[in-house]
Ligand binder design. Structure first.
Ligand SMILES: [Zn+2]
Length: 104
């Protein structure tokens, strides 16, 4: 029991350490024609980056990401995957705690 409570504590701490997270994917578009595959006569190499995600109404949202913020947003996406794993482990741990407590 104590071991499980400790495990939950550790997982919650991990959750806190990864609290800066977002769901979504990064894509880039041409800054002139605004397309992923540039259709400009004179192809420009300038790209704009954006994060696409679904909000809580399942509506697709786009957020432009300044180039210098790309590493940060990539880390935030990676954190989301971590957070999901941690939550799965928390569910398992809470089930075990619940079972032990319900048995008494
Ligand atoms: Zn273009």
């Amino acid at each position: 029991m104590k071991r499980l409570a400790q495990k939950r504590k550790t997982l919650l701490k991990k959750l806190d350490q990864n609290s800066e997270f977002v769901r979504g994917s990064i894509s880039s578009v041409c800054t002139t024609c605004n397309r992923a595959r540039c259709i400009c006569k004179k192809m420009s190499s300038r790209r704009a980056y954006r994060l696409t995600y679904k909000d809580n109404h399942q509506k697709t949202r786009i957020v432009y990401v300044p180039r210098d913020q790309l590493p940060r947003i990539r880390k935030m996406i990676a954190n989301y995957a971590r957070v999901r794993k941690i939550i799965e482990q928390l569910v398992e741990t809470n089930i075990k705690i619940f079972k032990e407590e319900a048995r008494r």
